[in-house]
Design a binder for this molecule. Structure first.
Ligand code: DAH
Length: 345
């Protein structure tokens, strides 16, 4: 019996050493140590042994079992290690290979300007508000002191949808909306960037364009506040050293009204093709909010005053980035838009 055990052990160890794969090794394991394995069979047959023989044979079997198990375990680890090595080699990534190019869009020049304007005014305590692009005649004109039949309506060629609804021609409509929405009639400090529409189409006018409106209503608001605010606005956006010129003008919703020019940032005011040899470029409409507008908005003009301004964001973008045709801003041509990629790098 003892000899049989030694033989099983010897052969098992030999086979386990010779196994060339994890699978072969597993077969050896089953053959000798498994439920129906040879060593297990001997243990099962122990019942027929004499009580003296039992512990001797028992310990021999266990010793053989342990040795075989140890070897198999060692070899299993060996195979596992080999397998891991193989996988690592096989799945090695060559980091020197060129990568697949990730196509990334760039921020639209108008959105760049809008974000810059928003950041600036938010830093001065303004809220950013929005309004509908499909607007009523009432908010787009009437509440801005432009009753039906007012000749100044001709300044803006409008897209009427019905006799009541139109695509808003100016973000000024949001002035009236903001005053009406503020039911407590507390002070107002807002800007509203957004799309506007007019029946225009040439190199400097598009049927769809973008404006930003500003409105401040409070006690004791004066022209000095308007001037100071617009100086900060224009200089931060277009250049610290620019000069501003306030030219009297006419808008139905402000009195007095001003058009604001900046000294030409291309020629510094000497005169060039950009400023049409005048040294100045018109950038803004502005003024002190007309008492009628305040009244219609529910604010008592005896107590409250305010200033407002509106500017075309397309023009600002064109000046700032040297864009010569406004329509480029709306055609979604990647060859144009890609160029703004570089500004992020
Ligand atoms: N809404 C005017 C336009 O589109 C611009 C404007 C002028 C806005 C004067 C204002 C303002 O708020 O006070 O031509």
């Amino acid at each position: 019996m003892e000899e049989q055990i030694s033989k099983i052990k010897r052969v098992a160890i030999e086979e386990a050493s010779k196994a060339t794969s994890a699978k072969e090794l597993d077969e050896v394991k089953v053959k000798y140590l498994g439920k129906k394995g040879e060593l297990t069979a001997i243990l099962r047959g122990m019942g027929s042994l004499s009580p003296e023989e039992r512990p001797v044979i028992g310990s021999k079997v266990n010793e053989a079992r342990e040795q075989i198990e140890r070897l198999i375990k060692e070899r299993e680890e060996e195979f596992a290690k080999q397998e891991l090595e193989r996988k690592l080699q096989e799945e090695k990534i060559d980091i020197t290979l060129p990568s697949t190019k990730v196509k990334r869009g760039s921020k639209h020049p108008l959105n760049r300007i809008i974000e810059e304007v928003e950041d600036l005014f938010v830093s001065m305590g303004y809220d950013v508000v929005t309004g509908p692009e499909l607007e009523t005649d009432e908010y787009c004109f009437e509440r801005l002191n432009l009753p039906k039949g007012h000749p100044a309506r001709d300044m803006q060629d409008s897209f009427y949808i019905t006799s009541e609804y139109l695509l808003r021609t100016q973000t000024s409509a949001v002035q009236a909306r903001t005053m009406m929405a503020n039911t407590e009639k507390t002070p107002i400090r807002v800007i509203c960037p957004g799309k506007t529409y007019r029946r225009d189409d040439d190199a400097t006018h598009s049927h769809q364009f973008s404006q930003v409106e500003g409105l401040v209503v409070d006690k004791n608001i004066s022209l000095a506040d308007l001037k100071g605010t617009l100086e900060v606005f224009v200089r931060k956006l277009l250049g610290e050293n620019l000069q501003l010129r306030f030219r009297p003008s006419y808008f139905p919703f402000t009195e007095p009204s001003y058009e604001v020019d900046v000294s030409c940032f291309k020629c510094g005011g000497k005169g060039c093709n950009l400023c049409k040899q005048t040294g100045w470029i018109e950038v803004l409409g502005s003024g002190i909010v007309h008492p009628n507008v305040l009244k219609m908005g529910g604010y008592d003009p005896e107590i409250y005053s305010g200033f407002a301004f509106g500017t075309g964001l397309d023009r600002i973008a064109m000046f700032k980035y040297g864009i010569t045709d406004i329509r480029l801003l709306y055609q979604n041509d990647v060859r144009f838009l890609n160029q703004f990629d570089r500004l992020d790098r």
